[in-house]
Design a protein. Structure first.
Length: 232
């Protein structure tokens, strides 16, 4: 009986130690490493919430983060490229990961219908650049914008928050040049305006969109892998 009691006490202690270690893992590793680790381990899990579910901007003339307004270059962009399909029935999936590396909330111009392939210097938003060009299209379209961005096209990325947007291309439209394992792709974000308000519209003189030095950033390029049947 005494041995059984000691064994139960030992099991309880081990459980408590395990819980403490898990909490330490979430606190010290979780915010930066754990989401990407889970995404790599479990295919249907993303590193963050869908970018379309980010909070939409409201009344930017009077409601902004002072830290977010003062920050510069708060965004990290990264792409995760899936396997190239072996048949026309499959799809090439590219995940765009947008991360705010500061403790302030920052606005981004994001509309899933306006994510394009290639750059349009006259408009602001996200896109993909293939090298060499592939002729692929997301079906997105961006109009030339003025100094004011509609709030429906502005999302708020919270402190240390990341979001994920999935872009897929059907196997039936992939060009043969994409299948040799030498094409690269990278994401970009362009912002051409601070989002000026009419004078006296509110507390802030603009929408606080000018958070990128030079107005243009890119992710590291990623090589699109050749299909398994074509791999050396």
């Amino acid at each position: 009986m005494a041995l059984d009691w000691l064994r139960r006490e030992g099991d309880s202690s081990n459980t408590n130690i395990g819980i403490v270690l898990l909490l330490m893992l979430f606190v010290f590793v979780g915010p930066s490493v754990l989401p990407s680790l889970l995404a790599r381990t479990i295919p249907f899990i993303d590193e963050g919430i869908p970018c379309t579910r980010l909070r939409q901007a409201e009344d930017r003339a009077n409601h902004q983060s002072l830290i977010g307004r003062s920050t510069r270059n708060p965004l990290n962009l990264r792409l995760v490229v899936g396997d190239v399909p072996l048949s026309q029935d499959g799809e090439l999936l590219i995940r765009l990961i947008i991360e705010n590396n500061t403790i302030g909330s920052v606005p981004i111009v994001f509309d899933e219908r306006q994510i394009i392939v290639g750059d349009d210097p006259a408009s602001s938003g996200f896109g993909l650049i293939f090298n060499p060009p592939t002729g692929l299209s997301t079906g997105g379209f961006r109009q030339t914008q003025g100094n004011f961005i509609p709030e429906a096209s502005i999302r708020i990325l919270g402190p240390r928050q990341r979001c994920v947007h999935r872009i897929s291309f059907p196997g039936s439209v992939l060009p043969p040049s994409l299948l040799n394992g030498t094409t690269t792709v990278q994401a970009y974000y362009r912002i051409n305006t601070s989002g000026a308000f009419a004078q006296g519209a509110g507390i802030y003189p603009d929408q606080g969109l000018a958070i990128i030095a030079g107005g243009f950033i890119t992710s590291p390029p990623v090589t699109i892998p050749a299909p398994a049947s074509n791999a050396p």
